[in-house]
Design a protein around this ligand. Sequence first.
Ligand code: GLN
Length: 294
Amino acid sequence: MTVRELNENVDKILQDIPDRDFDKTCILEDFGNITREALALHPEEEISPDRCQKVLGAANTRALGYPLQYILGEWEFYGLKFRVGEGVLIPRADTEALVDVSLVQLRKMHKKLDRKVHVIDLCSGSGCVAISIAKKMEEAAQLYAVELSGEAFPYLSENVRNNNVNVRLFRGDVMDGRMLDNFRDPIDDERFIPIDCIVANPPYLTDDEMSNLQREVTFEPETALYGGSDGLKFYRVIACMWNYLLTPGGLMIFEVGDNESAIVSRILEENGFGDIFTEKDGAGIIRVVGGHKM
Ligand code: GLN
């Protein structure tokens, strides 16, 4: 099969996928080693049956609605590369707003305190939030990441290693108070390490949203998506329980679902946070809510 024929075949296989040009380009490059330039410059070049089969296999999988990110096994977030696959939530561009706001706040905090700031990322998943913050803050922050899922955890450790950052990892349930014990002061066991910031992109979809998922999202882990019937259970527990580790003035900052910003602001206020702030994502939807411990 020639490059041109293979391209036409993939195009036909992906005909029902919206914006299929992007998916097609990624699949041809990744599985066929065929760049856009090669397609334009050498359309009649023969491709080995083995390579054709790999490309067509990937295209057929994509045509079933399987996420492109899982097919490629890698995805970019905040200019960094993350390994992804079944069992771990795919990093979303929307979540870059959470990293942006956290970095602004953490830099301010670091300047004011004049020491390393300690940051915990809860429900870390692929680690995209913790790793991006660690990369940008460099020596100015110590990151910790907590993840429950045994399927997601290997991706988290691999992504920390591949991005060459210092993030300390803990496997466990953020809803379980015993997880706080991981943050006891190693010298004085009665005390906890003072934490300056807790950041989280927890599961936040509601019952309604779970029953109307886009086809691609149905292949992602439910545990990373579902936030209880009203979508808010993680915010309630994190704001009430993890609050305990924060220093006075410490920051709690969340990614929130569509239409959840007002109620999450209220949850923060009810748990002793003030100076509440919000930020929109690239689509103009309020995606980030944060506050300081009073
Ligand atoms: N933003 C994701 C989605 O709607 C949900 C991620 C999450 O629950 N934190 O697909």
